[in-house]
Design a protein around this ligand. Structure first.
Ligand code: MLT
Length: 231
């Protein structure tokens, strides 16, 4: 498990990378795929997103939480309803999450993790045969509480399986945080900086949803430039 400050210094091409941005990018991606989006095309920059809009794509995009003026909608998971996304292609660009997906693209595989798909993701990882690296997207290369707590939840499941072991202090710290948080996850996450950022803009209505385990069985994978379910 690596924080963004350490990534990609200790990343290896043979890793399966789990990109995590609980508030809100990876929760939104899981929701969109659950609701039947055909593919999400994550782009790292505002310029790329604008070009795609000019080409006629539907664009979901935010920077610092605010919907970009040319975008069709922003980054709340509640925006990605079946009515809006089913069988459609959506171009997607966010402050941190989409950038991290592209950073990890040289890896053996890039998959998307959130509480919403925790068990499905664990089950898929346990069928693979490669080291797992949990990449917490966080906020502008800073440490993030909610992503690290999720890393602990995922690490606990992987370690309990007996298939994985670790000597990584970042994993140990994430497990300790998870053990502090898990009995009252929504209460614990109130102190997260990103909760404060979202609340200041009136965008915190999705926080409880984003910490709901196993809303979906979908495991998004970054493949050929698209986010689609793992096959
Ligand atoms: C991101 O990818 O930067 C975030 O998820 C930001 C947000 O949704 O506010």
């Amino acid at each position: 498990c690596l924080s963004p400050a350490l990534y990609p210094k200790h990343a290896h091409d043979e890793n399966i990378v789990v990109v995590v941005d609980i508030l809100r990018a990876t929760s939104s991606i899981c929701t969109a795929l659950h609701n039947g989006v055909k593919r999400i095309i994550p782009v790292a920059t505002v310029e790329e997103a604008r070009t795609k809009k000019e080409e006629g794509f539907i664009v979901a995009s935010e920077r610092d939480g605010y919907v970009l003026d040319f975008a069709d909608f922003g980054n709340s998971p509640f925006n990605f309803t079946a009515e809006r996304v089913k069988d459609r292609e959506i171009v997607y660009s966010t402050t941190n999450g989409t950038r991290c997906i592209h950073m990890a693209s040289h890896s053996r595989a890039v998959v998307i993790g959130s509480f919403l798909n925790l068990t499905a993701l664990t089950d898929w990882l346990l069928q693979q045969d490669a080291p797992v690296l949990i990449f917490c997207a966080s906020w502008k290369d800073r440490f993030s509480l909610e992503d690290t707590v999720f890393a602990g939840a995922l690490a606990e499941k992987l370690l309990e399986s007996g298939k994985y072991e670790t000597i990584c202090d970042a994993v140990t710290a994430s497990l300790d945080l998870w053990s502090l948080a898990k009995n009252d996850l929504n209460g614990y996450i109130q102190k997260a900086a990103q909760k404060g950022r979202l609340a200041a803009k009136g965008l915190d209505d999705c926080i409880e949803f984003c910490h709901q385990p196993d809303f979906t069985k979908v495991v998004p994978q970054f493949s050929g430039g698209d986010l689609i379910p793992v096959s």
